[in-house]
Design a protein around this ligand. Structure first.
Ligand SMILES: CC(C)(COP(=O)(O)OP(=O)(O)OC[C@H]1O[C@@H](n2cnc3c(N)ncnc32)[C@H](O)[C@@H]1OP(=O)(O)O)[C@@H](O)C(=O)NCCC(=O)NCCS
Length: 170
């Protein structure tokens, strides 16, 4: 089953699937590996496929692209669960946009897709990501030791989970 393309509304932002018209803006999003128009076009062409769906995060006021949310590793039939991953452009960080975008995708997953659980992970050196997930209500469930290689060092992956029964639709 493939996810239907739709727009998800937040207070200051909205999420929607990318289209090719977003390519130039996407190439300026500070994604390290996708920093040219050509790479952005290629990425966008494959940004909506079975088990990996990317939504752009856009400001309501200016319609400017400020980040992305990925919804992946979905198990629709048995587990009713999926994983989310968020990225916000550098100039727009620490303004609450990751919190707002994550809450918007969580509401979509629980209310529309009827998920039972949502997973997310954070590198042990990524305090911003850990803080965002904890603030929203994710619980730390485990640690995969020396999973990532960050700045010349092996680091741990911290695994978080959020159950629908814990979510109050914040
Ligand atoms: C992680 C990330 C999405 C956070 O985005 P953001 O829009 O700055 O987050 P918010 O403004 O919603 O902040 C959420 C919380 O994290 C805290 N925070 C944000 N950046 C921080 C930093 N660099 N160091 C410490 N805390 C930080 C905020 O203060 C806030 O907590 P508070 O409300 O208790 O003060 C962003 O830093 C990012 O895109 N990083 C690169 C990609 C990434 O690591 N993604 C996560 C892995 S999937």
């Amino acid at each position: 089953m493939k996810l239907k393309k739709e727009k998800i509304l937040g207070e200051r932002i909205f999420l929607r699937p990318f289209n090719q018209k977003d390519s130039l803006e996407y190439s300026k999003l500070d994604r390290k590996l996708i920093n040219t128009l050509g790479k952005a076009k290629k990425f966008i062409a494959s940004s909506w496929k079975k088990d990996s769906y990317y939504f752009g995060v856009f400001l309501n006021e200016t319609k400017k692209l400020i980040g992305q949310v990925e919804l992946c590793h979905m198990n629709w039939w048995e587990d009713k669960a999926g994983e989310i991953c968020i990225f916000i452009k550098k100039d727009f960080r620490k303004l609450g946009y990751a919190t707002e975008s994550t809450k918007a995708i969580i509401n979509f997953c629980f209310n529309k897709l009827k998920f039972r659980k949502i997973y997310a992970d954070a590198d042990s050196t990524n305090l911003a990501s850990q803080k965002t997930l904890k603030k929203i209500g994710f619980k730390l469930e485990g640690k995969i030791r020396e999973k990532n290689f960050v700045n010349g060092k092996w680091t741990d992956e911290l695994d978080y989970g959020l159950l629908k029964s814990e979510w109050r639709g914040k």
